[in-house]
Design a protein. Structure first.
Lengths: 300, 143
């Protein structure tokens, strides 16, 4: 049966070349992941110290700054961080699912969205929430300067008293095989918020130790220090969320591509088996034909 | 009497640039240079690009820092959150000079551009000049 074995052979070839592609993508994702992990881990310390500083400032109740104070509106703003490209398993789906769940849970509130990454736009197809901005131009090798447009938008929206709460939904990177969507409140910066968003990974214990502290001195003065520090530290938190999301994206893609390569490998094995069976049955048939032909000659 | 040591850390978005127990540190802030010794009162201030001098035992360490914050916590802990921080010996003089010239040229070419871009370029130029200054000073001392 040369027809069937030919078809199977073609199929093996095409699966093989697909496997080559997925393998290559896996390696690329692995390399990018390593880089992304390094940058997210190294800036985690910075983010942690920034967070500590915010925490210390939030304990000072006499401080008055627009970014520290609750605003009375029912509107919320969500920053959804997704990826620009697909082929990364359930990464974007999980983010979309978490976002939609959150929106459904808070039906009584009006929630607006800021979307980062092209794939996040699937949410807009399912939900009718207003999208006030969409950022797609962030690079893999993200620098803090690149996100100033996003930070400025977030801070100006908050200081305009449009929203009483601004949160970010991103994929938190736990290890190269574990990452999960997480919601983190960015603004306003005050006590209640710290309790639910504190980064458990690093500073679980610290919140328990509360000591009476002498008042903090601000130089040159409270207002100018807070004006500079609070937006900057908020930016750091957004930056960190983006880095974590980036690391998660690459490891999700690596895992997805690894699964694809493994599946291709299995498929090739199976097809090889069919191919050999077809080849063998072809040979058997030919022999049967020859021998029956020979037999008929002898019979005459 | 032995001095009270300060737990000191400089953190930049890329890494922990420096971490040690030191005797004193002099940092450039908006209001001018301040020197912090052990048991300083809690303080939060804004860093200015400039030269930071750390004294540890008999050793003196020079660093070039750019904008950021300094936080002094009780019990002699000092944290600096800076955009960049480099030890004087790590600065490549030639590269720093090139960077400064580039920034200066850009600044001269684009006098009429938007305020934000201009301010950013000026900050870059400032930072490069500080880096150069710190590196040159360090090299003079060590010659």
């Amino acid at each position: 049966m040369p027809g069937i074995s030919k078809a199977i052979k073609n199929r093996i070839k095409s699966v093989g070349s697909t496997k080559k592609i997925t393998k290559a993508m896996e390696l690329v994702a692995a390399a990018k992941m390593r880089k992304a992990i390094i940058s997210s881990l190294s800036s985690r310390f910075y983010a942690k110290h920034a967070w500590d500083l915010l925490k210390n400032l939030a304990k000072e109740e006499h401080l008055k700054h627009p970014l520290l104070i609750n605003v009375k509106t029912e509107k919320e703003l969500l920053i959804v961080i997704s990826s620009n490209r697909g082929l990364c398993g359930g990464y974007n789906v999980n983010i979309a699912k978490t976002t939609i769940q959150y929106i459904l849970k808070n039906k009584n509130k009006k929630i607006d969205l800021i979307i980062v990454g092209r794939k996040g736009e699937i949410i807009s197809r399912k939900m009718k929430n207003k999208i006030i901005a969409s950022f797609v131009e962030f690079s893999d090798d993200l620098k803090i300067k690149e996100i100033s447009s996003l930070t400025q938008l977030v801070i100006s929206e908050f200081t305009k008293k449009q929203y009483h709460k601004i949160s970010v939904i991103y994929t938190d990177f736990i290890s190269s095989i574990k990452y999960e969507p997480k919601i983190k409140i960015l603004l306003p910066i005050n006590k209640e918020i710290f309790i639910d968003v504190i980064d458990e990974k690093i500073i679980e214990k610290e919140i328990k130790i509360k000591k009476a502290k002498p008042l903090i001195i601000f130089e040159p003065n409270e207002e100018s220090v807070l004006d500079l520090i609070l937006p900057r530290l908020t930016e750091v938190q957004i930056y960190q969320a983006l880095l974590e999301a980036n690391a998660s994206e690459h490891s999700a893609r690596m895992l997805a591509m690894k699964n694809a390569s493994d599946n291709a490998e299995n498929m090739i094995k199976e097809l090889m088996l069919y191919y050999n069976q077809a080849r063998q049955s072809g040979i058997t048939q030919e022999i049967a034909e020859i021998s029956s032909g020979a037999q008929s000659l002898i019979d005459i | 009497m032995s001095k009270i040591k300060i737990k000191f850390k400089i953190v930049t978005p890329e890494k922990i640039a420096y971490e040690d127990e030191i005797d004193q540190v002099t940092v450039p802030t908006e209001d001018g240079e301040i020197t912090i010794l052990g048991r300083h009162a809690p303080l939060v201030s804004i860093l200015k690009p400039g030269e930071m001098i750390i004294k540890k035992d008999k050793e003196t360490i020079f660093l070039a820092v750019s904008t950021g914050f300094i936080e002094v916590q009780p019990e002699s802990q000092v944290y600096i959150l800076a955009d960049t921080a480099e030890r004087a010996e790590e600065i490549d003089l030639k590269k720093a000079e090139e960077a400064r010239l580039r920034a200066k040229k850009l600044l001269e070419e684009k006098q009429d551009m938007a305020d934000i871009d201009f301010a950013r370029l000026q900050a870059v130029l400032n930072r490069e000049m500080i880096r150069l200054k710190v590196a040159q000073k360090y090299r003079k001392i060590n010659k």
